[in-house]
Design a protein. Sequence first.
Length: 281
Amino acid sequence: MRWQGRRTSSNVDDRRSIGGGKLAVGGGIGTIVIVVIIYLLGGNPGEILNQLNLGDNSGQTVTTPAEEDEQARFASVVLADCEDVWAQIFSESGDTYREPTLVLYSSQVSSACGISGSSTGPFYCPLDEKLYIDLNFLDQLQEKLNAPGDFAKAYVIAHEVGHHVQKLLGIMDQVQELRGQVSEEEFNEVSVRLELQADFLAGVWAYHAEKMFGILEEGDIQEAMNAAEAVGDDHIQMQTQGYIVPDAFTHGTSKQRLKWFMKGFKTGDMSLGDTFSAKTL
Ligand SMILES: [Zn+2]
């Protein structure tokens, strides 16, 4: 992806120096919580405490500050691209796009939606309208899922921004209202449609960002397609459990995610993204 030399966003909240192993050196509530959780999970808190006290990062991918800055600048440029694209699309229909904040963190983070660890993966919290991403964890995840590439990373950010767009359009609230009113199975089905729409919106972003900035290089779309495929629920469940449980799906299958991303990317047309009334996903 071509991204060097472009505008960065002013809406990045870099909290990577907080929440990492070294932060807990002073102890306090955070450490106690972590120790209790580790204990409950059957781990050895003493070992972890030693690591925290020594500020030892063994077992984690160590990135140099320069690499981290490069990663953060990349995320910031993608976020700025999202701001430009969505501001234009919203203004075309007479609306104003409210820009979300991107929070970069390491290990764990506290949001209006609760405390989350890296293993949650990238997420959007509709309550504070912020996206939360641990870039190192994202790297590791991409490695594990065999979905490398910077455009794959951009796709993940654009997907989370897609959730923010859903929030602004009132779609996320409508879906949340259904919780408790329909069966768990039905709610899950609606959640899948919400996720696939976020993939569609990521595709719409890629279409317009290419038009505005010429972001794409050879192989980029393949990278996004690999990522979409790799993070399909069926794929992840096959890897972690060795079998597929359709009712437990929350993101859609690899094929569905790919299909909706490509639909957005090929057309850039917002009117084609109604995953909720689509007969086949
Ligand atoms: Zn999502």
